[in-house]
Design a protein around this ligand. Structure first.
Ligand SMILES: CC(C)(COP(=O)(O)OP(=O)(O)OC[C@H]1O[C@@H](n2cnc3c(N)ncnc32)[C@H](O)[C@@H]1OP(=O)(O)O)[C@@H](O)C(=O)NCCC(=O)NCCS
Length: 167
């Protein structure tokens, strides 16, 4: 099957994830994050939300991914309103490829794909101690909209951050 390339960043290409990419995505997740999921979880999100499951590739190897869902529920930005929301479930870039704009590009491209699916905002959870990721999200326009104590299995709390999506 032909890969769907959505953008280029220098020698990196950003394209839609395919089923065959999932083992590499799981490996990146294992290398970079303490939160792991069942294999089924990745395949399930890919089949339901293929437009917002993106990978970054360099010379045939994957170095980053973003995996998102689109949900309907209470807005993170407008009190007591309902909204169609993008949710960044997981985003990661291998250490050797960081600070080159890959994380930002994955997020911004997923935003535009979410907006095409009529999502009005996007939100995510991030560890309170994950200063790199928080800085990235702030640069991408996110603001803190909530905090969940003991959100992670090891007891660490999460910040909930959200951004309005441009149509
Ligand atoms: C968070 C992560 C995805 C960022 O990926 P990236 O490709 O390095 O991001 P970018 O190159 O687009 O960086 C964008 C901005 O993020 C911030 N940032 C990234 N790395 C940073 C660091 N080490 N220290 C401080 N700020 C950092 C900066 O604001 C940076 O902009 P700048 O380079 O112009 O200063 C990456 O660090 C990562 O995979 N971390 C481990 C997994 C993780 O924590 N995922 C998020 C879970 S919620």
């Amino acid at each position: 099957m032909q890969n769907v390339v959505v953008s280029h960043l220098g020698d990196y290409s950003i394209r839609r994830c395919e089923r065959e990419d999932i083992p590499s995505v799981i490996q990146i997740n294992m290398d970079t994050l303490p939160e792991h999921y069942s294999d089924y979880f990745y395949y399930d999100i890919l089949s339901e939300f293929p437009e917002t499951f993106l990978v970054t590739e360099l010379n045939g190897a994957l170095v980053g991914y973003i995996m998102c869902r689109i949900e309907y529920g209470f807005s993170q930005l407008k009190r007591l309103s309902l909204a169609r929301k993008g949710h960044i479930v997981s985003v990661a870039v291998e250490q050797a490829h960081r600070r080159k704009g890959i994380g930002t590009n994955l997020i911004l491209i997923s935003h535009s794909e979410m907006a095409k699916k009529s999502a009005a905002e996007c939100y995510l959870e991030v560890r309170v101690s994950n200063h790199e990721a928080i800085a990235l999200y702030e640069r991408a326009g996110y603001r803190v909209t909530g905090q969940v104590d003991a959100y992670y299995r090891d007891g660490e709390g999460a910040l909930v951050m959200a951004v309005k999506l441009e149509k």
